[in-house]
Design a protein around this ligand. Structure first.
Ligand code: NAP
Length: 624
């Protein structure tokens, strides 16, 4: 069988794009007789040369404010600097961008790459697509892939690039493709009349409209490539995963900023660095390497019947019968570690499982009704219920396993297909002018009750870990340098800072920086500052964060205008920061129109940021 070759480049920060790209390699090979060579985008000029590639598929996420992920920045710089408008005129391409509409600059990296390829003369062989994690990536990826494969085959056929020069013609290849039916994603089943989940209410285990379907379109079943043995060992041989780019810090302080009546307790912590290399500025965020909750790991091990093997060492290798071209031992699993260590420190066990994992679970489930329901949940026809019952309720892998008791997946599935546990970001609220080796940040403690399909109580992964570790514990960190969230160079530029809840954190960093600049920079005149802070809490008596510090900045004249909203106080006229913005609409419009004020917004991106944007747009219209 002759294979057609395509270059598949991915830009991945959290591993999602990487796993999607790697999944595509296998589908390309198994179902379409296409040999996809997959590389980090930054492998450009090492593993592949754009000048020599006739067809390229790009899968990329964005990071920060829409910047390229860390393994795609060199690639972006290269094509951004390219001057020849015909540089890619030989190339056909398409882009699958991954993003989240809750964040600004949705799919920015994918979009700018897409645009730049076009500017450099490349031709899209298939429309690029932007998958939204807020509603489920698969909602876009599935139909996109469905149409992309035939378009890709047609393009490759026109170019005529079989990987082996052969006497076999394209028509032979195509015929063989049409005849290959065993990988067809459609499943047909007789409905079991004794669906034991059946109830009047639609839920994770039963939906009446889907139960009537006799044909379901399932995603292709991902192929395993790993073989995993558990080896009994008395030694604790856990080597940490590679932390090459991380800095070591020590937790030196943890304090609750809210009082006991607060709805969401907020904690403030200090991390002390042992080295000087850590650089940060006001406005930057810190990435914290954390671990899963011990109790949740225990429940998962128990549910899978692996409690007795928790301390066994994982012996991972590529399985001898593997046919997957992209087969690799996941980089986030250290070469030597126990099952418990891998589940606690390396794998994200909280993220809602993607449909490909549910597809794998189908074959590990013995009960026919459970099998059928898992098929529904991962099917194209079941997209709505998958979003409603799994994504929107943030069900974890353990929740799914608890709902489907006869599902007994192999360890290899979890190790191979669950994503890496990623570090979490927090805004730094201290200033390097105070101490270059200490960073302070805050977080709110979120508790999720066992309702709506969630089968156990849980807290946020990283915040729970930060809450539980002892003072003196080592914490691995990294800065995320902000591209835009920075103090301006000219101090007389008016600053309009809007940050309800813990969203106020980076503004405390800004104000602290300005406050210390007063003392440390000659000629720094506080009278030049024109700073406005809009803050919102629920109740000023219970959860007014940084109250004393804010008062001090006001007294020092560093903070010129301060407005607070209180969402749960009766008879207080300003419920949300938007109400305070409206009350000051005239002055704000003047600052924005006539004094080139910079507006910073930080906090809940899902609703607050959108509402604040609308409010500002209205008041600008009103005061034009
Ligand atoms: P929060 O839940 O956002 O609540 C803060 C205040 O905002 C409450 O009074 C809340 O009122 C109000 N609010 C709710 N909806 C609003 C809307 N549409 N417009 C304006 N105000 C609204 O506070 P939080 O728990 O501290 O969460 C802050 C958010 O900031 C989180 O999403 C977090 O991820 C994000 N963030 C945190 C950091 C950090 O460093 N920790 C940094 C950047 C961003 P109600 O009484 O109605 O709830």
């Amino acid at each position: 069988m002759k294979k057609w070759r395509v270059l598949l480049g991915f830009g991945s920060e959290t591993g999602q794009s990487k796993s999607i790209a790697q999944g595509m390699v296998d589908i390309a090979s198994d179902q379409h007789q296409i040999c996809a060579e997959v590389f980090d985008l930054d492998e450009v000029d090492k593993q592949f040369k754009l000048e020599e590639e006739p067809v390229m598929v790009i899968v990329t996420s964005s990071t920060g404010d829409g910047e390229p992920p860390s393994n795609a920045s060199k690639f972006w710089r290269k094509i951004r600097r390219e001057k020849n408008p015909q540089y890619l005129s030989h190339m056909k391409y398409t882009v699958l961008g991954l993003g989240d509409t809750n964040y600004s600059n949705f799919c920015n990296c994918g979009r700018v790459l897409d645009r730049r390829f076009e500017e450099l003369g490349a031709t899209r062989f298939y429309p690029s697509a932007w998958a939204d994690d807020a509603v489920g990536l698969d909602l876009t990826i599935e139909p996109w892939l469905e149409g992309m494969w035939p378009a890709l085959k047609e393009t490759l056929a026109k170019i005529g690039n079989p990987t082996e020069t052969s006497i076999n013609s394209l028509s032979e290849s195509v015929t063989q493709l049409n005849l290959t039916s065993e990988n067809k994603p459609t499943v047909e089943r007789q409905i079991s009349s004794s669906n034991k989940f059946k109830s009047d209410i639609d839920n994770i285990t039963y939906s009446s409209n889907l139960a009537e379907l006799t044909v379901l379109t399932l995603p292709p079943k991902p192929q395993h490539s790993l073989s995993i043995n558990l080896i009994e060992s008395s030694e604790d041989k856990n080597l940490p995963s590679s932390e090459i780019n991380y800095h070591h810090s020590i937790l030196t302080r943890r304090e609750c900023l809210t009082n006991t009546d607060a709805m969401k307790p907020v904690m403030s912590v200090d991390l002390q660095l042992s080295e000087d290399e850590f650089m940060f500025e006001a406005g930057d965020a810190v990435k914290i390497v954390c671990a899963n909750d011990d109790n949740e790991v225990h429940l998962l091990l128990k549910r899978l019947g692996w409690l007795g093997k928790a301390s066994h060492q994982l012996d991972i290798s590529i399985s001898p019968d593997n046919t997957k071209k992209s087969a690799k031992i996941p980089a986030h699993i250290p070469p030597m570690c126990s099952l418990q260590y891998a589940l606690t420190n390396c794998i994200d066990i909280r993220l809602s499982p993607r449909k490909n994992i549910l597809r794998l679970f189908v074959d590990c489930t013995s009960d026919e009704d459970e099998k059928r329901r898992l098929e529904e949940l991962c099917s194209k026809e079941g997209s709505e219920i998958y979003i409603k019952y799994i994504l929107e309720e943030h069900l974890s892998i353990l929740d799914i396993l608890n709902h489907f008791p006869s599902c007994k997946p192999d360890i290899a599935i979890l190790i191979e297909f669950l994503p890496a546990l990623m570090p979490r970001f927090y805004s730094i609220c201290s200033s390097p002018l105070d101490d270059t080796r200490r960073i302070t940040f805050v977080y709110s403690v979120l508790k999720f009750e066992p309702v709506n399909g969630r089968t156990y109580e849980r807290f946020g992964v990283c915040t729970n870990w930060l809450n539980k570790i002892d003072i003196g514990t080592k914490v691995s960190i990294q800065t995320r340098i902000s591209q835009h969230f920075r103090l301006p160079l000219t101090l007389d530029t008016p600053l309009i800072m809007i940050g309800p809840g813990t969203g106020v954190a980076p503004f405390i960093g800004f104000l602290e920086h300005l406050n210390l600049s007063l003392k440390s920079i000659d000629g720094f005149d506080v009278n030049n500052l024109n700073t406005w802070l809009f803050y919102g809490c629920r109740h000023r008596q219970h959860d007014f964060l940084f109250e004393e510090q804010i008062q001090m900045y006001q007294q020092m004249n560093v903070l010129k205008h301060f407005f607070v909203a209180a969402s749960r106080e009766e008879n207080y006229p300003f419920r949300y920061v938007q109400d305070q913005l409206k009350a000051n609409g005239n002055e704000l419009a003047n600052l924005i129109y006539n004094q080139k004020a910079i507006i910073y917004v930080c906090g809940d991106i899902k609703v607050m940021v959108r509402d604040v944007r609308e409010t500002i747009a209205h008041l600008l219209q009103e005061h034009f």
